[in-house]
Design a protein around this ligand. Sequence first.
Ligand code: SF4
Ligand code: MG
Length: 327
Amino acid sequence: ARGIKKYFPIKKGFFMREVGQVKAVEEINLSVRRGETLGLVGESGCGKSTLGRTLIRLYEPTAGSIKFDGSDFLNLKGGELRQKRRDIQMIFQDPYASLDSRMTVGQIIEQPFKIHGLLGPAEREIRVKQLLELVGLKASHVNRYPHEFSGGQRQRISIARAVALNPKLIICDEPVSALDVSIQAQVLNLLKDLQERLNLTYIFISHDLSVIEHVCDRIAVMYLGKIVEMASRDELFKNPQHPYTRALMSSIPSIGMGKKKMSKILTGEIPSPINPPSGCTFHPRCAYKVAKCSEVVPEFEAIAPEHFKACHVDLDKDLERNLKETL
Ligand code: SF4
Ligand code: MG
């Protein structure tokens, strides 16, 4: 994806005049490699879901270009687009809302086959039962309704539906955020297992860095519609170089660290994406800022092979300041 922007118009009054724009996604460049899991992480409202949806044209981008599996994805139409759409699926946060409560599990999972006119009824039934078993449910559950399952089981049902047509790419948008912590690991492990067995590529969206660390190969940290840092998982966790990434990491709850300490590290609200701050949009909240931060937009640049950040300050060179802050 190159130069992806997604702005939503704000309209007001009787004539619905456009009075402004919500700049939800701003000039994003990224690539996802076959077979990997690319994580998008940031506080809620940073644009990660909007980016995920824009990348697969659930929202049409305001600007930019997307190449998917060799084709110019934004210019595909009709049958070609439908064909490519089969290769891309999405798993949502809320398994309660994303499953139709009036349909049986079998009807839910066979839907993609019906929509695309694939397989006859008998073949569909066989395939649906295989899919149930693939995600760790029983084939005999085929005639039950969503409310008869637990949250984790319901997310397994949406995963079965998502993989039904052998997609290449799945956007997982906070897939375990609505689940009990005890169930989260099971669902994450299922996703990992399916990735290997079915040769899937994931874009994995979460506000939760510990979940991101568990599943992602590479991670993009987002703030106010932009990627501020991107690196492999190991590099990012060992050597975070953007103040926002460091703030997010120090707010991962750990033993002996209460809520109070967490809120001290990342103060203030996310500014409005309608009128984002000048210069580096993180400057109102940044503990490392220097004079030019409020004036000059930092470039997104490589600081090591495969490690990029958008920040004027070299945090490692800033030892004295770091030390003062720790004391
Ligand atoms: Fe902080 Fe300045 Fe870096 Fe922005 S550019 S993150 S304000 S130090
Ligand atoms: Mg979201």
